[in-house]
Design a protein around this ligand. Structure first.
Ligand SMILES: Nc1ncnc2c1ncn2[C@@H]1O[C@H](COP(=O)(O)OP(=O)(O)OP(=O)(O)O)[C@@H](O)[C@H]1O
Ligand SMILES: [Mg+2]
Length: 428
């Protein structure tokens, strides 16, 4: 299943386990190729699993409820701005928020999730704004999956990818003979999404003529197939997304102002990845596991220098770019991905000051990265000489064993791999 991995979700708490189950549940919903029978069976099993987990957690919950209630009572009095982001994140998970992916506790992202969660059970149109690759489509699925229509269709239309002359027929369908090539009656996306949600991606690319027709659906909930006089009622919830400034476009006359205000009853704004850098490490881990699953290999380790680069890069392509980078690294690296595995266009050059848009490494950063690399090399060489025995390495180096274990973990080194007797199998 795409974008789904159980290994990497953050905590082992009940909240964390429920999160994993919710991820599983939403993955089932969005997995193409499963029959509805199979989906029902899987959903039933997931529901049972969830029920068992809730039973197991009852005692613990009873113990912690007074604390939770206290925190909730406190939070009612406390304005959102002073609530901790960890509390806000935990509360979302407590409320069984469905999300396919991972998120940390970036305040801007939590703002977006909290708005989406409140909007989800209503039928109000939602406009999702954000740069390319920030997760707008995922957010549209959040609105759908957390609402009353979650078991109904979710139909996605990329308004920027359909030629202008076909857009109307694509959205509203057509009658046989309506235009050359219309050889039979055909329903459009709005009818397919009836009772469910239609996701109008790249709405800013929709030509003005299509915008007028869309306005009609928003005003009267009815559509007219191209070439037909008949009017059909539809009950389709509209979620739209854009990476453009629609307000500015409407002021310039390239987007209808009335449509802008109709669509944007609720605005959800996704922050760029560079504005939520604290989430980068969670996403790296998630995508390393996801890529490993898809490429059928072990998850890669990332060298400290590369890790530092990934933490500080500006990501003009946002989460999609980070995901692509991790997939590339997972494909090219043997055990540990290094800076030279990066795509040429973003790879920092030898001189740190010439690294351009990406690296921004100070001398202190470079020193730290070099020292990390040296430490890793030292540990690997040491393990080779003691045939992978951590206690022996601790004795030779005079280091405390548990500290040594911490260092090995930090560098993603597995001592077991140095136990092989055949030297040719040893990692370099
Ligand atoms: N929080 C997240 N956790 C895991 N994966 C994520 C997350 N957010 C986004 N992604 C992944 O990043 C990629 C880009 O997300 P998505 O397609 O939703 O972005 P978008 O804003 O619609 O992009 P575009 O504007 O280019 O259409 C997808 O592969 C998506 O699964
Ligand atoms: Mg998109």
């Amino acid at each position: 299943m795409k974008a789904f991995s159980l290994k990497n979700m953050s905590s082992a708490s009940y909240g964390g386990l429920i999160e994993k189950i919710e991820v599983l549940r939403s993955s089932i919903r969005f997995t193409p190729g499963l029959t509805s029978e199979a989906k029902q069976t899987l959903n039933r099993q997931v529901a049972e699993l969830r029920e068992e987990l809730m039973l197991l957690s009852r005692k613990e919950r009873a113990d912690t409820t007074p604390l939770l209630n206290k925190a909730r009572a406190q939070s009612k009095k406390t304005p959102k701005t002073t609530q901790t982001t960890t509390y806000r994140r935990e509360s979302l998970l407590e409320r069984n928020f469905v999300f396919e992916g991972v998120f940390g506790d970036s305040p801007k992202l939590l703002d977006a999730f909290e708005i989406a969660e409140k909007a989800a059970p209503t039928n109000l149109p939602v406009l999702i704004e954000g740069e390319s690759g920030t997760g707008k489509e995922l957010m549209a699925k959040v609105v759908h999956a957390n609402g009353k229509r979650s078991d109904k269709p979710f139909v996605s239309v990329n308004c920027g990818a359909i030629p202008e002359n076909l857009l109307e027929s694509e959205l509203f369908g057509h009658k046989k003979g309506a235009f050359t090539g219309a050889s039979s009656d055909r329903s459009g996306k709005f009818e397919s999404a009836n009772t469910g949600t239609i996701f109008l991606d790249e709405i800013g690319e929709m030509p003005l003529i299509g915008q007028v027709k869309l306005l009609r659906v928003l005003q009267a909930n009815e559509i007219q197939r191209v070439g037909s006089d008949e009017i059909t009622k539809v009950d389709t919830r509209i979620v739209a997304a854009t990476n453009r400034d629609l307000l500015k476009m409407s002021q310039e006359g390239t987007f209808r102002e009335d449509l802008y205000y109709r669509l944007g009853v609720i605005h959800v704004t996704l922050p760029a990845l560079r504005e939520r850098k604290d989430e980068i490490s969670v996403l790296i881990e998630y995508f390393c596991d996801e890529a490993a699953e898809s490429l059928e290999r072990r998850p890669i380790n990332i060298s400290p220098t590369l890790y530092h680069f990934l933490q500080n890069y500006q990501y003009p392509g946002n989460i999609r770019e980070l995901r692509n980078i991790i997939y590339r690294l997972s494909c090219l690296a043997d055990e540990t991905a290094e800076i030279y595995h990066l795509p040429e266009a973003i790879k920092p050059k030898d001189r740190p000051e010439s690294t351009g848009k990406g690296a921004e490494m100070s001398l202190a950063d470079i020193k730290k990265a070099a020292s990390d690399d040296a430490e890793k090399h030292y540990l690997k060489e040491g393990l080779k000489t003691v045939n992978g025995k951590v206690s022996a390495l601790a004795a030779i180096t005079g280091m405390n064993r548990s500290y040594l274990q911490t260092l090995l973990k930090k560098h993603g080194i597995h001592s077991k791999e140095f136990k092989r007797t055949n030297k040719s199998n040893e990692p370099e």
